[in-house]
Design a protein. Structure first.
Ligand SMILES: Cc1cc2nc3c(=O)[nH]c(=O)nc-3n(C[C@H](O)[C@H](O)[C@H](O)COP(=O)(O)O)c2cc1C
Length: 462
């Protein structure tokens, strides 16, 4: 790992010299949503800021459409041999510009991979402990593969394939989790093409389907999440609606291990906070409003319960958006309401300004567990038409009880319990809620100091 990683000049190499025999067509020219596969790849490289693309083609291949432009320089490399990947890569190596420091091997089969995956791979390759970055979909490695020039040069030796290079030393390989299944899927057969075209309509992996798949994850692999990916997720999340455009939220992303341990301690010692590569503190933040008031010669009405509520709702909307965004990229999350156990001390640890508190935390990472989905109470207890209908509340609770018991049985049978302990299979939802939130509630008792500490943090709720 000799070179400086300040910013690697990356060249994309697109092996597109195969005969496409099983597909029966030249894969580079396949129409994917009105654009050829090769044009899609060049546009994706452009969106990811890759300025040079080497496309490896057979001598007798059909001409490609006009591809240069938009700041991308495209060069055709003539392939010899049978269009094998290894041969194509060796030909590309000979044509690699002298100043190229890294390559992104982007086979034409993976034309539906998007720019965010490329950006995450490149950001990962910037790390000193990474020479090869590859995407991981459902724990399986895929394409494109990014690598330093020095690693790519290993391919130049006869008989060495890209797989050999990747497998040579696991220490130099880092994975980037993605939710895009096309990092794993080849465009080999006509049915692959049909799936690819269907995927472009957004049907099989819709947001709604993803929402139904939600589960809280409480165990994580150590794989880090690249900073640009966190930035992008938070940026997307904050596009949630915001009351009167007040944008009364902030996110503190805690990576520092010691600080994360402190956060875990203040949140009831939850192990998943220590284990997750990042702990996000989702804050209601009126400090920017306070500053705006000062700038304009007035004073923030921080005693307003309405304003407290607006900031808290804003933070919750951002938080849920963030959870969805992280899940969409293949991560698992768990929200941490225990961040309100010691709001004052947590605010001090995180250096929060006045008028700012952590509404809840969130662990994010590549899941290492596979929890049994909890399901939810019957929809009739939640969705009402025109007027609230409470007539079947007893039935709703009975079904919620049954659901809870079924979840407990499955969790005990499949996971040996919940958080390492067997779950009582007799208690239903209603009994658990009554114990948690009825008289003598330990939850309520634990948060008795909350309102007082929130006042000290600048939310003078009246
Ligand atoms: C605001 C909020 C705070 C939460 N706090 C915690 C927490 O401190 N620790 C934890 O393990 N789970 C926490 N959870 C996760 C819930 O326990 C979980 O969402 C619920 O049991 C439903 O399970 P599911 O998310 O797997 O469907 C929290 C969830 C929310 C929405």
């Amino acid at each position: 790992m000799s070179q400086s990683r300040a910013g690697l000049r990356t060249v994309a190499i697109v092996p597109a010299a195969g005969l496409g025999e099983r597909m029966g067509q030249d894969k580079a020219l396949l129409d994917l949503g009105g654009k050829s596969a090769i044009a899609r790849i060049v546009a994706t490289c452009c969106a990811a800021g890759i300025g040079k693309v080497l496309i490896v083609r057979r001598n007798d291949a059909a001409p490609l459409p006009e591809l240069s432009g938009d700041g991308v320089e495209v060069t055709l490399v003539k392939a010899s041999g049978k269009g094998e990947m290894a041969d194509s890569l060796r030909m590309a190596f000979l044509e690699l510009p002298r100043d190229a420091e890294a390559v992104m091997v982007f086979p034409v089969d993976h034309a539906l991979v998007e720019a965010d995956t490329l950006l995450a791979l490149r950001a990962t390759l910037l790390r000193d402990d990474c020479d090869i970055a590859l995407p991981l979909y459902r724990q399986q490695p895929g394409h494109p593969v990014a690598m330093t020039r020095a690693v790519f040069a290993e391919i130049d030796r006869g008989g060495v394939t890209m797989r050999d290079v990747v497998r040579r030393d696991a220490e130099r390989v880092r994975a980037v989790t993605t939710s895009n299944p096309w990092v794993r899927c080849d465009l080999d057969r006509p049915e692959d093409l049909r799936s690819a075209r269907a995927a472009l309509t957004g049907q099989p992996w819709s947001t709604v389907a993803q929402m139904f798949r939600h589960r809280s994850h409480r165990s994580y692999r150590p794989d880090p999440i690249p900073d640009p990916q966190i930035e992008r997720l938070v940026d997307a999340a904050r596009h949630a609606s915001t009351s009167s455009f007040i944008q009364a939220y902030a996110v503190v992303a805690v990576r520092d291990a010691e600080l994360k341990n402190d956060c875990a301690r203040l949140c009831g010692g939850q192990r998943h906070i220590v284990e997750a590569p990042v702990f996000l503190a989702i804050c209601a933040d009126l400090s920017k409003l306070a500053e705006a008031c000062t700038q304009h010669g007035t004073e923030l009405q921080s005693q307003s319960f309405e304003l407290f509520l607006q900031a808290t709702v804003d933070a919750a909307l951002l938080g849920q958006n963030l959870a969805l965004a992280a899940e969409a990229e293949g991560f698992g999350v768990c929200m941490i309401g225990a961040a309100r156990n010691h709001p004052l001390e947590l605010a001090q640890k995180l250096g929060l300004p006045a008028h700012c508190y952590v509404v809840f935390g969130m662990t994010v990472g590549v899941p290492a567990d596979d929890p049994v989905p909890r399901g939810r109470m019957p929809l009739s207890g939640v969705l009402h038409w025109n007027r609230y209908d409470a007539s079947d509340v007893a039935d709703v609770l009975r079904k919620a009880d049954d659901g809870m018991r079924a979840w407990a049985r499955r969790t005990n049978a499949e996971q040996g319990g919940y958080n390492g302990r067997p779950v009582g299979e007799d208690k239903g939802w209603a009994e658990r809620m009554a114990k948690a939130w009825g008289e003598g509630s330990s939850y309520a008792a634990a948060r008795e100091v909350l309102i007082d500490e929130l006042r000290q943090l600048g939310f003078g709720i009246e």
